[in-house]
Design a binder for this molecule. Sequence first.
Ligand code: HEM
Length: 133
Amino acid sequence: MDAGLVILILKIAVGAVTVLWIASLVALALGKTRLHGRINLAFFALTLAALIGLEVIANIISPGLFDEFLQARDAKNMLRIHLCFSMPAAALLFVMLFTGLKHHRRFHIATGVLFSVLWIGTFVTGIFFLPHE
Ligand code: HEM
């Protein structure tokens, strides 16, 4: 399996779900709260599927695949920085979905601010900092 290709596919996936997430915020700004919820349900499912796919590749199918690839490109620190954003963002996804569905409005909005910072960090470090070739 080609680590560079897997990273490129992940970058495209992160870009695609980010478009969905932005659309959900536009829906919110237009007062279409239910649509915001629907879009974010898709955002949650697709992001989780990509994460599980990545974990299966990195830990079961080809353990050590990314280690070698990133070491050769002196990018292991970049991965560490990326994980500082992406891991808490992934954990917060569950909190966001739960608080949204339960209408814990204040908590959902406050967590949403933190989630936004973490997601933007995930996007920037993942797409621009990590090498894919
Ligand atoms: C910047 C990020 C976000 C902000 C500011 C935000 C804000 C809001 C607000 C104001 C509501 C209406 C709450 C109510 O009146 O009870 C809402 C509903 C909801 N949000 Fe978010 N949200 C964000 C991100 C997310 C994310 C990432 C998810 C899921 C992964 C999510 C899932 C939902 C769901 C399922 C609802 C309920 C929709 C419905 O009433 O059918 N939100 N959100």
